[in-house]
Write a protein that binds this ligand. Structure first.
Ligand SMILES: Cc1cc2nc3c(=O)[nH]c(=O)nc-3n(C[C@H](O)[C@H](O)[C@H](O)COP(=O)(O)OP(=O)(O)OC[C@H]3O[C@@H](n4cnc5c(N)ncnc54)[C@H](O)[C@@H]3O)c2cc1C
Length: 464
């Protein structure tokens, strides 16, 4: 069956990247259709219910929301009425029994570090000065200075001497899923800018609320979305002036331009005819590596007590070597009914792809470990576990189609820093990429930014 309407743009995938891109396009008068395979939009950024608890499946910590911050400006431009609450601390890092509560104000954070590491005062100031100049230059005019080309470890070693201080500055590394010797300094700089400079926030209620706020704006501007509609095949017209997308349900949709918000490898292997995309594209695609996935435990407890204090990074000790293989990030969240809390424990691995070892045995072992961590941490409290459910890379892959449940798409290692050229390669075919496979720096803020950038490109091109 054929949908007679021809859209200016069809977006395949309704993750944050696709939704933000679609909303900018719709606001600027383009006819836009988003096709989303799931019954809900949002991709990783969605919530689910188990018993009487609401859990956010993936993201919890959102950067860039201080007034004037990257995400703040996007939401303001699109008039998206989304509420976030600023967390009390930018983060909490635990190294054994030592706890560091990172203040939201960067000046206070520097003072805290200087108080602990007096001899490193000048180095601490220099560290932040250079780190933030790297991000500022890149985010403002894509300039990359010489430090940005280093691995994060080399950058750290060149400035900081104290090994414990290095562990603290390094503590966010696990978000990106790479060890510091493999992680691009540019990626770390962009992430720290977003969290430490532009504020660390949480969703109010749930990530579904954030997605619904974007969706409501998208629809108000005239955008259309069809849920439960998986794009199965695209046909590229020879003239490159229009494309058709055929869905799993057998429907055909027409458009001028295509925006892809899904894993490009899945797009290439399943949806597009490979030879039509050209071998240059394939050559680069095959070279790119992607970020690891997570093992996740979602735990619901009944308590009226304050549970936020256990959130943050839990490292076994001050040791760079161990920590990246055994870092646990624990999110806590209060549900609408105040007496119920949900806790979300994530196990991060570094370069190792969890998928490779994600056998039933490994998953069972992790379940047992999660239960032990949880019980140890909370042994003194009388908190009763009411609900416990788990996700692994396979669950995440099923949810979004990201290969091996890759958490942030395109890997931010030194080799790949700033080299992603998908958008340039398929531009002349009218195909563009948004989301975490298309942009440097994974997570909600860069993904939203990629949506804005591609929408602006399409709008400018159509005006010339
Ligand atoms: C456990 C976890 C925790 C995280 N925590 C944080 C955090 O705290 N802060 C942060 O900023 N980031 C976090 N991230 C990363 C962040 O969630 C992602 O980078 C971001 O949500 C990716 O958005 P996206 O638009 O690229 O696409 P995705 O979320 O990957 O969405 C892609 C969409 O495309 C749809 N789709 C796929 N194939 C098709 C098809 N053929 N047809 C139609 N639709 C299709 C999928 O169903 C999905 O809805 C986390 C990720 C994970 C997994």
């Amino acid at each position: 069956m054929m949908n007679k309407k021809k859209y200016d743009v069809i977006i395949i995938g309704g993750g944050v990247g696709g939704l933000i891109c679609g909303t900018y396009l719709a606001k600027n008068g383009k006819t836009v259709l988003i096709l989303e395979k799931n019954t809900k939009p949002g991709g990783y950024c969605q919530s689910f219910e188990r018993d009487e608890f609401v859990f956010d499946a993936g993201p919890h910590i959102i950067g860039g929301c201080n007034k004037g911050g990257l995400l703040y400006r996007i939401l303001e431009e699109l008039e998206i009425d989304s509420r976030f609450k600023k967390s009390r601390f930018a983060d909490r890092y635990r190294f054994g029994n030592d706890l560091i509560e990172v203040p939201q104000d960067i000046k206070e954070y520097k003072q805290l570090l200087i108080k602990r590491f007096k001899d490193e005062k000048d180095n601490i100031n220099r560290y932040f000065k250079i780190l933030f100049s790297i991000s500022y230059r890149f985010l403002n005019d894509r300039r990359v200075n010489k430090e940005a080309k280093l691995s994060y470890k080399n950058f750290l070693d060149a400035i900081i001497r104290n090994p414990d201080l290095k562990c603290i500055l390094n503590a966010h590394c696990g978000y990106i899923g790479l060890r510091p010797d493999n992680l691009s300094c540019l990626a770390m700089a962009i992430m720290e800018w977003s969290y430490l400079k532009e504020g660390t926030y949480n969703f109010v209620d749930s990530s579904d609320n954030f997605i619904n706020a974007i969706l409501s704006r998208f629809s108000k501007y005239g955008g259309e979305i069809i849920l439960n509609e998986e794009a199965e095949k695209i046909v590229l017209a020879e003239s490159n002036t229009f494309h058709s997308v055929i869905s799993r349900n057998g429907l055909v949709y027409w458009c001028d331009k295509l925006v892809i918000n899904i894993d490009p490898m899945k797009f290439c292997n399943c949806i597009a005819q490979i030879n039509e995309l050209g071998y240059r594209f394939l050559y680069y695609l095959n070279k790119y590596t992607f970020t690891p996935s997570f093992l996740l435990a979602y735990i619901g407890i009944n308590t009226t007590e304050e549970v936020e204090f256990i959130s943050g990074w839990h490292y076994n000790s001050y040791s760079l070597k161990d920590s990246f293989y055994k870092a646990y990030y624990i999110h806590t969240k209060t549900n609408r009914q105040k007496e119920k809390k949900s806790i979300h424990i994530i196990k991060f691995y570094s370069d190792k792809h969890i998928k490779a070892e994600s056998t039933i045995e490994v998953r069972n072992k992790w379940r047992n470990e999660a239960i032990i961590i949880f019980k140890n941490d909370l042994a003194q409290r009388n908190w009763k576990i009411k609900t416990m459910t788990f996700a692994d890379p396979n669950t995440l892959e099923k949810l979004t189609n990201n290969r091996h449940g890759s958490a942030y798409g395109y890997s931010m290692n030194v080799k790949q820093a700033h080299t992603n050229i998908f958008n340039r390669l398929l531009n002349d075919r009218g195909i563009y990429f948004v989301g975490h496979w298309s942009t440097f720096g994974g997570g909600i803020v860069p993904v939203a930014f990629s949506g804005k950038t591609i929408a602006n490109t399409l709008i400018q091109n159509s005006n010339t």
